[in-house]
Design a protein around this ligand. Sequence first.
Ligand SMILES: *Cc1c(COP(=O)(O)O)cnc(C)c1O
Length: 375
Amino acid sequence: MRPTRALINLDNLAFNLRSSRSFMGDGPEVMAVVKANAYGHGAVECARRLEAEGVDWLAVAIPEEGLELRKAGLTRPILCLGGFWEGQAELIIANRITPVLFSLERAEELDRAAAKLGAVTDIHIKIDTGMGRLGIRPHQVGQLARDLQELKWIRVDGLLTHFSVADRIQETAYTRAQIETFNQCVEEFRTFGHKPKYLSMANSPGAVVHPDCRSNLVRLGGILYGLGGDVLPKGVPAPELKPVMRLETRVSDIKEFPQGASLGYGRTFTTEGPSRIALLPIGYDDGLPRTLSNKGTVLIRGKAAPIVGRISMDWTLADVTGIPTTAVNDIVTVIGLDGLEAVHAEDLAVQTDTISYEITCGIGKRVPRIYDQGA
Ligand SMILES: *Cc1c(COP(=O)(O)O)cnc(C)c1O
């Protein structure tokens, strides 16, 4: 078997859930966001463990992801954050997926399907209080709340909104305004006779940084996977988190080059002296960003080996001249710990001008996820 693999430490996932819960005290229910294959960590396995740990809700981005969880036997309520697409109303109802809705058209489609199936169906309504993405604008709340009264087969079980800068302390005023607007919209919904049970604003940084936005349901993604390093502001109290994913491969060949040899596509690297170069069976299809070419490092025998030349689709080269004992088959840590050294997804994110979520989401399909081993 190709030795490139992602090791997923489910104990650390459970630790992060417990740690986040105790940080928040007994307050909100926790919705674990497992969209995008649990940020690359494996949706079914992560959801199973989180369910066993008593998580209250699961959240996905699209109905297909909810279906995958139901087929695997997950039983917790599932919120579909991105609603559903035309023609998917029956799939939503049949699989007990609660959709987030933000248009009357979708609500009517769901109401018709629910009437046909004779099943009153819960929905959550999203309000755009300042993200400028999904959700009805606050001035539309009254009208929608009134229109929804007519739809007898759907029930507003929750209201939610989403923060755009909960992670930025300097912009706390903006987040405060979003909270304020949301609370007003909730009141308005209630005046039309709706009784939403769940009020939900917080994502990971919201839940950690702004206690009064936790309400009775928080939606946690990143911090469950231990990815707090770049989505939580520095210097504020935060729960202790452990990384969940380790990405590793093995040295598949080692070659000696004289000074002046060019390596890889585009000849972007030339050896400055006699060099030992390790060939690694991991490339950008596996999720090692090509922008780390001549920039990133991997860990071998507890030491950092620079990535040299272009990262290609399937292969990467690392300079191991400074690690003379390197041998074929040595473990190569791409994300994780090796001795006293560590590479975090957050580090790769800084080097590639993104956030850690994009790094773990980008771990390719052909990289097997191996569960319950060290991260
Ligand atoms: C992805 C997502 C979340 C989770 O955000 P994290 O920063 O990973 O905690 C919460 N709410 C919505 C609507 C989302 O799309």
